[in-house]
Design a protein around this ligand. Sequence first.
Ligand code: AMP
Length: 278
Amino acid sequence: MKIVRTCSELRALTSAWRQDGLRIGFVPTMGALHAGHLSLIDISRQQAARTIASLFVNPAQFAPNEDFAAYPRDESRDMAMFAQAGVDLVYAPPVEQIYPQGHAASITIGGISEILEGEIRPQFFSGVASIVTILFNQVQPDLAVFGEKDYQQLCVIRKLVRDLHMPIEIIGGETIRETCGLAMSSRNKYLTDCERRQAPALYRTLCEIARGVRTGENPDQLCELAANTLSETGFGKLDYVTVRDAVTLRPHAEPGRPARVLAATWLGKARLIDNVAV
Ligand code: AMP
């Protein structure tokens, strides 16, 4: 497995692959790897002849009051896991390779990025769209794999690629969970043992809402009940729990269209987000 830190080294290797007609798959990550990341690498390896992963904790998607400094970092463990998973090349740039002195451009996606996570974390999706655009321009992959765990992010990236006519296929990978149902996340490291035992209630609650919607119950009432359950189980501030159109993420109005249940809530120091299909 090659590890490169500069865009010029990256370009030298990828242009050779491209000349050989090899399809390139790309999995962007912020490290602190778990089985969720590895599942995306597997998907890329099935669909592409070469798989590139990136390792970059992107400062632009953290607000000043968020956990950029505390975000878990363990590069040697991550590199061993990338190698074990069969990644061909890891791009792990220092910040100047991404945002050189004087960098000022940023990408804003309207509409879908202004609701839900976008309301709670106003600069988040602009930070995500900008880093993904920069990485796509540097890596120039044929396809890129993102997790459904961050469902709205996946929708925003699909929109980014469509609106900016990027010739990149976007593939969504299903959410990988602990056996208790908790969606794997680098931020689960912030949970105490006691909170880890409470955390699976989030997934259980989302599944109950999805079941209720399928049998024709009122989504708003189901979400209200779910909010009470979560607060009784010991969860902190609930940012949202809601049933949305699975494509537009607007309130789910038309029966027959695919729907998604999405939630974001605090548990101790961790902000947990999760979603399930109806
Ligand atoms: P991150 O390192 O948190 O930025 O995540 C990198 C990629 O892994 C994103 O596309 C995430 O959606 C995806 N991801 C994170 N957690 C999971 C999970 N539990 N299952 C599947 N994909 C995930």
